[in-house]
Design a protein. Structure first.
Length: 171
């Protein structure tokens, strides 16, 4: 349950950190004549516009700002979603189902149930089956962790060995 709370907190914090700068940006509202100084308004030649032309210009500008803001928010939202999904792969049923490629930090002494494997990308995985590789000993081997075809299991394979071990992400 602690992991779920940590995951939920991490997701909430990430979304808050993304939304805060967007919310802090000043919202440019009002007509162009209130956005510009009188000197800027005159230098742009806008005082020559009829009230109807000025209203049409204001409507166009406000629509453009709205569309650009909505597009920027959508891009940021998608980038954040992908980042959170990638960062949390392997936890519960959350995140991308793409294989993870990394290397084990330090010494690999084969598979054993309950053994923890810390990867160079910072993830920690624990073996939850009885797979073994007798006599295996490598420093910093490359590993691939793939999701099962059916279900939510993940399997680790160490480069140079055909044996896979069922693992679950714990950090």
């Amino acid at each position: 349950m602690l992991r779920l709370s940590h995951l939920a907190f991490s997701l909430l914090l990430s979304l808050t950190l993304i939304a805060a700068p967007l919310a802090a940006q000043p919202v440019r509202t009002g007509d162009i004549e209130t956005q510009m100084t009188p000197a800027e308004f005159q230098a742009a030649g806008l005082e020559k516009l009829t009230p109807q032309e000025l209203a049409a210009l204001n409507a166009w500008l406000q629509g453009k700002v709205k569309r650009e803001t909505e597009a920027a928010v959508a891009v940021t939202r998608e980038e954040t979603r992908k980042e959170i999904e990638d960062h949390n792969r392997g936890f519960f049923h959350f995140g991308s189902r793409e294989p993870i490629a990394s290397a084990i930090s330090g010494q690999f002494d084969g598979f054993a149930m309950g053994r923890r494997y810390t990867l160079e990308n910072g993830q920690v995985w624990e073996q939850i089956d009885s797979a073994s590789i007798p006599g295996a000993r490598k420093t910093g081997p490359q590993v691939t962790i793939r999701p099962a075809v059916i279900g939510n299991a993940w399997y680790m394979q160490v480069q140079g060995y055909n044996t896979t071990a069922k693992v679950q992400r714990i950090e």
